[in-house]
Design a protein around this ligand. Structure first.
Ligand code: ADP
Ligand code: MG
Length: 494
């Protein structure tokens, strides 16, 4: 069984800042005997695909078939104390993000420089200010957040990687993989380990948020709109949200449209109701709209503005989206900021989630961060204002990038962050059409939270389930869709 402390590493760093020993034990002694592995892998694959842990094929897209989503055979070890700590803090983190999002001056000060050099963030900002000047027609926002954490070996606590305020995904598939791991441990005749697997109601929690927003809108005929990509590969995760809404509330209808379709089919009534193809929209759930590539032309930006102008309750509203930018997150971590938004005791607890975050503004403070990163690039991650994975800069490339931009305002489009060193363990990676592989991995925990309310009146703020994504320890980023990471679940250890 995994334990931290003696088995966990000492967290030492060599001179390049690379951690040395930081392995922890897996939930079972590995490798498994070959005959057991040969028996359990097909069972796990069947369980996963029969319970909808699938994705569309990226190459040779085919609407009639699904590919097994990549996953790990066994749940990965995560310290119970830290899991419980971040779960408990989620409702406060929700409230923090809600208050930040409603503080115009804070967002303005935080993003002022960023929007001069980052076009995408500026366009979001323009929508925000346009709607603000016209008068916001829906004061209620729905937050469906996911805070991502690594357990940091050197500091022995969970540290935040980022907070997602838009398109927080994998609530559905994560819950299914949790159930699959229960089945796998059962088949391996280890029922005594089941107590280490926390329940995961992420799907029910997230959909419960949308249903509460729908109720708050107060129009029985209105529907929920999912804003989706042109082609959805992560279709199971999204569809299960629809099915769960239907399960909880057979009276609520969901429609799906991409931004281009919304630009063609959407309109506002004189009292700002959003109508799409004759349906009034109560709630808008964005599963797209977080990357520049999803706005093909002005039409898609117009569509986003139309939605934002409307009375529909948005998840996220534009100010929630802006509060989730990397730059705002860096500004939140400045000393003293949390105390403006939370009580002293809450601020203290939340501040312990943050690792070092540094501005790269054209200022002496920014100069110092540039110098620090150039001297020790292995210790940092350089992040632009992007979501969706694959955009950050690591290691020696930080030097190369900073060398080019360090004397220009371009650097203000980025932030710098301490690199978190998670523990390494072994697990079996299962991917469609590939032999199962025993690999060294690190796991990133996502904690979902929902919040509903206006600036002054919060109806609820809740923890809404969790997810675990695990990736090869040798890669910088492990996007599940990109094939470098895979779905996993949590095995808690003391
Ligand atoms: P995105 O919005 O693209 O998901 P993230 O900030 O979550 O951006 O970074 C993407 C991935 O990069 C994370 O899932 C994690 O694997 C890695 N990463 C990000 N920040 C750090 C960090 N401070 N330390 C270590 N790895 C990180
Ligand atoms: Mg992320």
């Amino acid at each position: 069984m995994a334990t931290c402390g003696s088995l966990c590493c000492d967290g030492g760093f060599d001179k390049d800042g690379v951690s040395t020993t930081r392995t922890i034990e897996s939930c079972l002694p590995l490798p498994l005997p070959v005959e057991i592995l040969e028996d359990i892998v097909p069972k796990a694959k069947d369980f996963a695909i029969l319970h909808g842990a699938g994705m569309r094929y990226r190459t040779n897209y085919d609407p009639d078939s699904l590919q097994l989503a990549p996953f790990f055979l066994l749940p990965s070890a995560f310290p119970r104390r830290e899991f419980e700590r971040v779960v408990k803090l989620q409702s406060i983190v929700n409230i923090l993000m809600h208050r930040i999002a409603h503080d115009y001056q804070f967002l303005k000060d935080a993003l002022e420089k960023t929007i001069k050099v980052d076009d995408f963030t500026r366009r979001l900002w323009d929508i925000y200010t346009t709607v603000r000047e016209e008068g916001v027609s829906q004061l209620i926002s729905l937050g469906m957040f996911r805070c991502d954490y690594f357990y940091s070996v050197p500091s022995q606590i969970a540290q935040q990687v980022e907070i997602n305020t838009i398109a927080s995904s994998f609530g559905a598939l994560a819950a299914r993989i949790s159930v699959m791991h229960r089945y796998v441990l059962g088949e391996l005749r280890k029922p005594e380990l089941l107590g280490h697997l926390p329940e995961n109601d992420a799907l029910a929690g997230l959909c419960g948020g949308m249903i509460a927003a729908w109720d708050a809108y107060g129009c029985p005929k209105a529907v929920i709109l999912f804003v989706v990509e042109d082609v959805t590969y992560n279709i199971c995760d999204q569809r299960f949200h629809e099915y769960e809404i239907r399960r909880q509330r057979p009276d609520i209808h969901v429609i799906r449209r991409n931004l281009t379709q919304i630009s063609q089919q959407g309109c506002l009534t004189s009292d700002k109701r959003l109508i799409i193809d004759g349906d009034e929209i109560a709630v808008v759930y964005f599963r797209a709209g977080y990357e520049p590539g999803q706005y093909h032309s002005e039409a898609e930006w117009e569509a986003r503005l139309t939605v934002e102008r409307s009375k529909a309750i948005k998840s996220p509203s534009i100010h929630y989206h802006l509060a989730g930018t990397k730059k705002v997150q860096q500004e939140i971590a400045r000393p003293g900021v949390l105390n403006k938004f939370l009580s002293d005791s809450e601020a203290k607890l939340v501040s312990q989630l943050f690792t070092g975050l540094y501005t790269l503004d054209m200022s002496p403070e920014g100069d110092q961060a540039v110098q620090m990163a150039m001297e020790n690039p292995e210790r940092f991650v350089l992040k632009p204002q992007r979501e969706g994975g694959g955009n950050n800069v690591y290691g020696q490339e930080i030097r190369t990038v900073l060398e080019k931009i360090k004397d220009s305002q371009e650097r203000e489009a980025y932030i710098l962050m301490d690199r978190i060193r998670p523990p390494i363990q072994q697990n079996y990676l299962i991917r469609a059409h590939e032999p199962v592989k025993l690999v060294e991995v690190v796991s990133e925990l996502g904690i979902f939270g929902t919040i509903l309310g206006t600036a002054k009146d919060i109806q609820f703020s809740k923890f809404a389930g969790h997810m675990l994504r695990t990736k090869l320890s040798s890669v910088n980023e492990g996007g599940v869709a990109a094939g470098l990471g895979a779905l996993d679940s949590v095995f808690l250890f003391d």
